[in-house]
Design a binder for this molecule. Sequence first.
Ligand code: HEM
Length: 383
Amino acid sequence: MSCPFDPFEQKRKEAGVLPCDFEGERVPMILRHADVKAATKDWHKYSSDAPRRLSFPTEEDVRSMRQFPLEVDPPDHTESRKLVEPFFARPKLPEVIAKVEALARRLVADALRQDSVELVRDFAVVYQSKALTYMLNVPEEEADVWISWGTHVYRDVDAAGKIERGRQFEAYLNSLFDRALANPGEDFFSYLNQATFQGRPMTRVEALGIANLAFAGGRDTVINAVTGSLGYLGGNPQALEYLREDPKRIVNACEELFRHISSLTHIGRVCPVDTEVMGVSVKPQGKVSLCWSSANYDEAVFPNPHEVHLDRKPNAHMAFGFGLHLCLGAPQARLVLRSLMKALCEQVQRIEILKAEQHFEVEAEYRRAVGYDALLAKLVSLE
Ligand code: HEM
């Protein structure tokens, strides 16, 4: 039976490319590790200059602004990335590490006190939201609003509610910048209010594009990595024992879980001119997909790719992308998952899964398992 996380296996081996229909457009999905990597380096051919169109599905109906630095090429990419780097590097600061570790310990202890816990909405969403307040340097209470959004900033509502959700989200982001203007501090929003871009003050629309990505880029991706890892530990109790024996193993184990889960299946680029992509012709401004999840299962790079090897090394996975647009939130995602593993090793003997509803991304040419819609579990204490 084929692996539910890797529906691309056959096409990757046979052709290295899968043409797939997305919203009426035939998009070649690049599947092999080497080809995806090469494409990330060639931004003239595979451009990110396509506001609101790089994601699958596109977000043209739910937001008005371009996301920075994701949806731009150099030189704007270089400048906007550099501008926000100090905040995205905060998860490397000892005080931020200590806060996320304490949060993980607290949430695990709370879960242990309950007969059962729904790990998606009542654990992962809460954990991701509160951890993000430390990165953005805003009060933890602000996370209450973010928790109410559910698993995805836009998609966790029905089709009819999506546009309204987008409008509310934009209004909420504006209110954060307004509040920061009235009461400047050391937070992300005050910082962007004072930022300079292209030699002039950054506009509100540009700042909104940065903030939008800080929320949307790290939401379902982190939630799926957390729940995917908890689901894995539930099914493999010996894995928790293995990490507990030597917590230094947590770092490699998390990388392997990021690879195996591959929370972001793929992302788009556009070809500025008529282009032939592995035998598939792409019209000017037509989309191409860089399929991280397929690259992460490429048997040419990862021996036994469908198996989880918590000590896999080397592990050149591309769960966080590669090159120019390499995920800026990777330090935050790593801190969140490592802190959770640490807290579980300290407090939890095993995770008993009571009910699991796997989430599937369903497209014209594939169906891929990513995270869970619901994951009910009982955490059993070490004591
Ligand atoms: C497991 C969690 C995550 C995964 C799998 C993930 C995946 C990715 C990938 C594959 C890219 C590259 C996109 C491209 O090449 O076009 C990316 C970029 C980005 N991600 Fe993440 N991400 C995660 C967490 C986060 C978090 C927590 C944040 C923010 C708090 C974040 C913010 C960003 C930003 C700002 C970029 C754009 C970087 C640039 O364009 O230079 N991500 N992410």
